[in-house]
Design a protein around this ligand. Structure first.
Ligand SMILES: O=C(CO)[C@@H](O)[C@H](O)COP(=O)(O)O
Ligand SMILES: [Fe+2]
Length: 214
């Protein structure tokens, strides 16, 4: 079953709560929240107070994608704010194990992400401790970019390694996912599709989500 995680980076920021209610009604499975710190990526978005404020707007799980240089510094605040799963970039983690331990202790989903230039193998030592791996299919920082096709080979390599080890992880792809690119993404082993512009830019969000899922 393919899960659809609309990224609120492409939502109307002047009425984020209503935007969450719209994607819930349209059949979204998760809310993908792109946290950018202006250092790890050249853009700045939401912090824990925004996540906390949105928590009351929908029961959908919050999939928090931390694009931060020092994710440990605000991890507790994002957990308190209502994150259901937290994705850390392997490139930003000096001690991934310590941060994963904190996520396990908090009882939330623990995910690691790789940027397009980061080998899939960097997350292999942690696979048995993860609920999800996020393969970035664009350079992180902005919505509305074109998917980099070679990145899907990493989704396939991670899926293969999981199968070899008998692990049933979610594999999420993020960036440039639309009705066309979703086909190759799912064939490569992804089962969670992040979609910002393809959902929030659609005239009919429910139809866009149905098409992505199909
Ligand atoms: O993490 C990111 C970008 O850094 C993404 O979640 C984007 O927000 C996806 O946007 P689209 O490419 O689907 O428009
Ligand atoms: Fe994201």
């Amino acid at each position: 079953m393919v899960k659809i995680a609309p990224s609120i980076l492409s939502a109307d920021f002047s009425c984020l709560g209503e935007e969450l209610q719209k994607i819930e009604a349209a059949g979204a499975d998760l809310v993908h929240i792109d946290v950018m710190d202006g250092h790890f990526v050249p853009n700045l978005t939401f912090g824990p107070p925004v996540v906390r404020a949105l928590r009351g707007c929908t029961p959908l799980p919050f999939d928090v994608h931390l694009m931060m240089d020092d994710p440990g510094s605000l991890l507790g605040a994002f957990l308190d704010a209502g994150a259901d799963s937290v994705t850390l970039h392997i490139e930003a983690c000096k001690q991934p194990q310590a941060l994963l331990n904190r996520l396990h202790e908090a009882g939330v989903g623990a995910a690691l992400s790789v940027k397009p230039g980061t080998p899939a193998e960097t997350v292999f030592p942690f696979l048995d401790q993860l609920s999800m791996v996020l393969v970035m299919t664009v350079e992180p920082g902005f919505g509305g970019q074109k998917l980099i096709p070679e990145t899907l080979r990493k989704a396939a390599a991670i899926r293969q390694e999981c199968a070899r080890r008998g692990l049933a992880l979610d594999i999420e792809v993020d960036g440039g996912i639309n009705a066309q690119t979703a086909v190759n993404a799912v064939q490569s082993g992804a089962n969670v599709l992040v979609a910002g512009s393809a959902v929030f830019g659609a005239a009919d969000m429910a139809a866009a989500i149905r098409t992505l899922r199909a």
